[in-house]
Each structure stands twice: as C-alpha cells, then as structure tokens.
Design a protein around this ligand. Structure first.
Ligand code: BGC
Length: 532
C-alpha cells in the first residue's frame, strides 16, 4: 500500500499509524455471516463499507487464530491458523485484500505471553514428564508442602484463584504444577527458552507475509518472569488494569529484549506497526517500551480509567503526553475496549452517560496521536446487564461467581431492524443476548439521524483528518471554569469540555463541532466542543 500523506502541518512523511484512528473489531460481536450467532471474518468483510464510511484508518482484530476459546481466542492453540469459528485462511486473505482496497489497514492480535493448554507444545510437555526439554517451554515446578500438594509460589491468577494448576503425570501420579497468570487453559510460556522466541518470529513473519499491517501485542509487559518465580508478600491489587509496580508477574526488565527481537522482525516490513498492551503507570518505565528499537505505540489507559471529572481527565491527558515525551513516541488514547465497561455506562448510563461519552470522544479525537475506538462505541452502546446463565467470561467461573467479568461490553452489535438479532445474524439468537431497547441504537437508525452518536463520530473523524488545525504535537492548556477543561493544539484547534453542572461561555473562535446542540455560545454540562 502506498504511504499516506503526512498529516497537515507535519514536516516530512509520517508513519501512517502515528495519528491513525484504529477501530477495534471484536470478531465474535461485529457481524455474523454464516448464521451461527457468532461473528466471523466474512462478516467483517461484508461491513467494510461501514468502516470506510466511519472513516477509520485501520482495524485491530481481536484474536482469530485457532483456539479452544476458553478466553475467547486469547488461548491460542495454533498461532498460524484461523479458527474455524471465524472462517479460514481464504476468508482472512480476502478480508485483508478488501480492507486494503478501501485504504483500511489491518492489525492482528498477537498473544506471546501464553498458549492454550491444547497447544501441541503443552500436550507434549504433559507427556514428556518432569525435567524434560518439552517442559522447559513452560513454567513447570514441583509443588510445596510434604507431598508437593501446594502451589510453587503465592501468585494469584488475574482471573481468580491461584496462578498454578497441578497436573497428573503420565504414570498417573499427582505431578508438577504449571504457571498460568490468566485462566488455567492459558499456560504461560517460558521466554528463556529459545524455541519460544523462534516460534514467535515465525508467527510474525507468517502474518506479515499474509499482508497484515502490524500487531496489537497482548500483555506486552508480561512475557518475562523473574528467574526464581519468588513469592510476593504485597498483593495490594490483583487486576490487570491496575497492578502494583512491584507485582512480580509484570514489567520485568528482560521483557525489553523480547520487544527488541520482535522489532527486528518488523523492521523488515517498514510500514508495519507493533502496539503493546502495557499496563505500566510509571512514565519512565512505560517509555522504555517505546524506545526506538522496541514498540511503535503502546496503549495508554489513563483516559479509560479517569472518571467523569475535568481534573481527572486533564491529569490523564497530561500523563498520556508525558509518558511518551521522553522518547518522542506518539501518544495513544482509548476510552474503552473488550476488557472494560463501556464508557456510556462508566459515565453514568442513560442519556447522561451517552452525552458524556459523546463529549469524551471529542476530547480523545482532538488530541495528538493515535485513537482507538472499540466497536459499538460509535453507536453509544452501553454495557448490558446479562443474566447469570449466559455469562461466558472465564472470570465468572474462576472468581467463584463473585466477578461478572467482561461479557457486558461484548454483546453483538445491532445493525438494523426493530428486534434482536438486529441484522447481526440470520440465527434466531446471538452468542450473548442483545437487549430489545437497542432498536433505538442500530446502525441503520443512526445513519439516518444527523444528531446520532454515529453521525457525530463520522463527522469528528472526517474533520480530524481534513482540518489543518489538528496539526502539531503540542497541547496548551487554557484557564477554564471549575469542572471544565480547555486545550489548544499547535495547529489551532481548541477543545472545550464541560464536566461541570452549569453552562459555560465558549472561548473565541469559530465552532467546528459540538457533542450537543448549542444555545448561542453557551456550552451546556456533559458536552464538548471544537473551535478553530
Ligand atoms: C486481553 C484480555 C485477555 C488477557 C489474557 C488481555 O489483556 O485484552 O482480553 O483476557 O489479555 O490474554
């Protein structure tokens, strides 16, 4: 594909991903083509026209590789094949080709921290016995206690329960334990083993040769483990979204060698991008992942975690900018993804939550850097309160039914019509049930309504790519009334957010776009506006 022109005002050619709008496709929930109630690759292909209309630069596909689906694809059993649930290699090639024909890049998910316990390596390790070469690709250890009946250390799984599972040895006796920081079906790989790195390189080249434009790297701060897997005494938190800096499961310095290896492969494909999922709060440590020979981009989750509060949003933006400043990397902005509650719900739900999500979308798209939009955010979808018996996230079982997990943000998209399945599938039902009230939020309905959230997204993305005022990497802050924030881009765009409880007067400038209708120059609460 040809190199797109630099964004307005930026000297010289700029890589396409630096200020791209990425659209995250959760393949199970985007569009079903074969009538099984679960989304698939041909479904994504059939809706590329929609994505072109939305104006996004790239899609990031959550995992579509072969997997028993214990964690919806993040338990990979063959990293170089497509899971039949989503289609086959021909469907994948056709999707990539058709996306490129519309100037949409395709980024795949890559899961280097762990593999499925159905992966041939793990099966071989079970058969091969303690001390074998095959077990070295994983973290197998003898248990503690008199009969080895206790886990080798005190690490918890992020999905609940211990991070260790005991196996039965080939001779039928209770055996060693293996490490799994996530579900027990997701065995952590031992990155000190040369096979592991070699195989990942093979996987990278395989998909790059298929034409993909890069990778979103899962748990990219997690692959390297401390050599002796020590106990940790201070388990203050056990969440991916906010683990403590001393958590031994993450951010071990050896992880950077792994990123350098990945980067060396990508450098042979000059347009390809590596985007890391890095849950590291400290700026200096975060920036290390973005050194010139490591990742190109890393997800910044400060905006995702900030509540509806102007000061918190400003701090999140400042942190996001500061985190990349020392390495001259591009910032990234994410309001939601498949692991967190949808923003409409986080900001209060209902009409208020929707208004705030619309406003925050204008804030994110006004900032310099890359923006990630999770499918359905452009429709203003809220989280869904699902009944217990349909929950599928492994978190639900592993937490002993104390944590409901992430299914509420993964419900299939409503495309058209007045009743579920809203054109998502020809089946009678969808893999997670859609609420009947989503009849008001279908793509069909919102395309016809100039005031819909979808129309606002389309317009915002269009302006962002066309207007010269979006140029430049600097963000300058205006003084603003309590509960509000206002910043100005080098190119001249001003963004104002009113998270307070009374209308505020807009600063000087011509109104470009607002998340709500304006009365004169008054910006009402729960709204944002762009001015030039
Ligand atoms: C992904 C999750 C997944 C986990 C384990 C994450 O950070 O985004 O959806 O469950 O990694 O692979």
């Amino acid at each position: 594909m040809s190199q797109p022109a630099s964004p307005p005002g930026r000297p010289g050619p700029s890589p396409w991903w630096r200020s791209a709008v990425f659209y995250q496709v959760y393949p199970r929930s985007f569009m079903d083509s074969n009538g099984d109630g679960i989304g698939d690759l041909a479904g994504v292909h059939s809706r590329l026209g929609y994505l072109e209309l939305l104006g996004v630069d790239a899609i990031w596909l959550n995992p579509v590789m072969r997997s028993p689906m214990a964690d919806h694809g993040y338990d990979v059993s063959d990293p170089r094949d497509i899971d039949p649930l989503f289609g086959d290699a021909a469907d994948f090639d056709a999707l990539v080709e058709a996306a490129h024909a519309r100037d949409i890049r395709v980024v795949m998910d890559l899961v280097p921290n762990h593999v499925s316990t159905e992966h041939p390596w793990f099966r071989e390790a079970l058969r091969a016995g303690p001390g074998s070469r095959a077990r070295q690709r994983f973290h197998f250890r003898d248990g503690r206690g008199p009969d080895g009946g206790e886990p080798p250390n005190n690490w918890p799984s992020l999905f609940g329960g211990p991070a260790w599972t005991r196996i039965t040895e080939p001779d039928g006796t209770p055996g060693q334990w293996y490490l799994h920081v996530f579900a027990r079906e997701q065995a952590d790989l031992n990155w000190d083993d040369e096979d592991v790195a070699d195989d990942l390189e093979k996987t990278l080249r395989f998909w790059l040769d298929c034409g993909v434009d890069g990778f979103r790297i899962d748990v990219a701060h997690g692959m390297a483990k401390p050599p002796d897997l020590p106990d940790h005494e201070a388990w203050e938190t056990n969440e991916l979204l906010g683990h403590s800096p001393s958590d031994p499961r993450f951010n071990n310095p050896e992880v950077h060698d792994i990123h350098r290896r990945i980067r060396r492969v990508l450098d042979a494909y000059p347009d390809a991008v590596a985007i890391g999922e890095i849950w590291v709060d400290n700026h200096e440590l975060f920036a290390e992942y973005l050194r010139p020979d490591e990742l190109h981009l890393a997800f910044d989750f400060h905006l995702t975690l900030a509540g509806w509060d102007a000061d918190a949003v400003r701090v999140a933006i400042e942190k996001g900018l500061a985190a990349v400043a020392s390495v001259q990397a591009s910032p990234t902005w994410t309001l939601s993804n498949h692991d967190v509650d949808r923003e409409v719900t986080r900001y209060g739900g209902g009409a208020v939550g929707t208004a705030r999500a619309r406003a925050m979308m204008l804030v994110a798209l006004a900032l310099p850097g890359a923006v990630f939009v999770y499918n359905g955010a452009e429709l203003g979808l809220p989280n869904v309160d699902l009944p217990d018996d349909v929950l599928q996230d492994p978190v639900w079982e592993r937490s002993g039914h104390t944590e409901r997990g992430r299914d509420g943000c993964r419900v299939p998209l409503p495309w058209e019509g007045k009743t579920p399945p809203f054109g998502f599938t020809s089946a009678a039902s969808t893999w997670l049930p859609q609420p009947p009230e989503w009849s008001a939020l279908t793509v069909e309905k919102q395309l016809e309504d100039v005031d819909s959230t979808l129309s606002l997204y389309r317009r915002a993305i269009e302006l962002r790519s066309e207007q010269k005022e979006f140029a430049g990497d600097e963000v300058g802050w205006y003084g603003s009334p309590p509960g509000c924030l206002a910043f100005r881009r080098t190119g001249g765009l001003t963004c104002v957010l009113n998270a307070g409880d009374r209308p505020v007067e807009l600063p000087e400038g011509t109104l470009l776009l607002a998340s709500t209708p304006l009365t004169g120059r008054q910006l009402t609460p729960d709204a944002a506006a762009w001015l030039i």
